[in-house]
Design a binder for this molecule. Structure first.
Ligand code: G6P
Ligand code: MG
Length: 215
């Protein structure tokens, strides 16, 4: 049996549901640009960096802009997004997550965040989870977006762990690909239809035990 030393968690969609706030902020930008951004389009933005999300959004609206115009738009979207984030409380942590983190700590397993978000640290602070994490690799530290494995490899490196003893928790297909490319085990959080390439898929952390990370 494979011994896991380190659990690496994606943030959005695994620990908290911030996708709904990203959606509201992108929708507001789309509205200002004169088109409607639907929830079904939002699925394509999961796990993807802020600028790539903007490119996908503009593609949906059939619009093109210069790099500097896009940077202004991305910054505005982020301001609107942050209005929601500042209001977040620990009640928004997804069910079962805290118990799972406590269990991992009690077994001496290292815990890292591996997120594309540049707001990850702020979100962890808002929901008061930061003290569970031995390392936080976010979109400021990892410049290559998932499916590139960089974010997860940096987490393993910061903790001095071999990638083969790490497991990644992910809700996005791009994240599963990144974990596999890093040579790590991967557990999908969500539906097997989207996350079929993961080693295991579970709907969430409710009642999860150490058996979840036994392979
Ligand atoms: C996560 C989310 C994406 C988001 C990205 C960047 O990966 O799943 O939807 O675009 O983070 O987030 P940021 O907070 O930096 O705009
Ligand atoms: Mg995610």
């Amino acid at each position: 049996m494979k011994t896991i030393s380190t659990c690496i968690f994606d943030l959005d969609g695994v620990i908290v549901d911030t996708a709904k706030y990203h959606y509201l902020a992108w929708k507001r930008l789309a509205y200002e640009l004169g088109f409607e951004f639907l929830e079904e389009h939002n699925e394509r933005l999961k796990g993807v960096s802020r600028m790539t999300s903007l490119d996908i959004m503009l593609e949906v609206g059939g619009l093109t802009f210069s790099q500097s115009e896009k940077e202004v738009m991305a910054a505005r979207k982020n301001e609107w997004y942050l209005e929601y984030i500042y209001k977040m409380t620990p009640e928004e942590i997804l069910p079962g997550v805290v118990d799972f983190l406590v269990m991992l700590r009690s077994k001496g397993i290292k815990i890292s965040l591996g997120s594309a978000s540049k707001n990850a640290m702020l979100i962890l602070e808002r929901v008061q989870l930061q003290h569970y994490f031995d390392a936080v690799i976010d979109g400021n530290k990892a410049l290559k977006a998932k499916p590139d494995p960089q974010v997860f490899l940096l987490a393993a490196e910061e903790l001095g762990q071999n990638p083969t003893s790490c497991v990644v928790f992910e809700d996005a297909a791009a994240g599963i690909e990144a974990a596999k490319a890093a040579g790590m085990k991967c557990i999908g959080i969500g539906s097997p239809n989207v996350l079929g390439k993961a080693d295991k898929v579970v709907p969430g952390f409710v009642n999860a035990t150490i058996d979840l990370i036994k392979f």
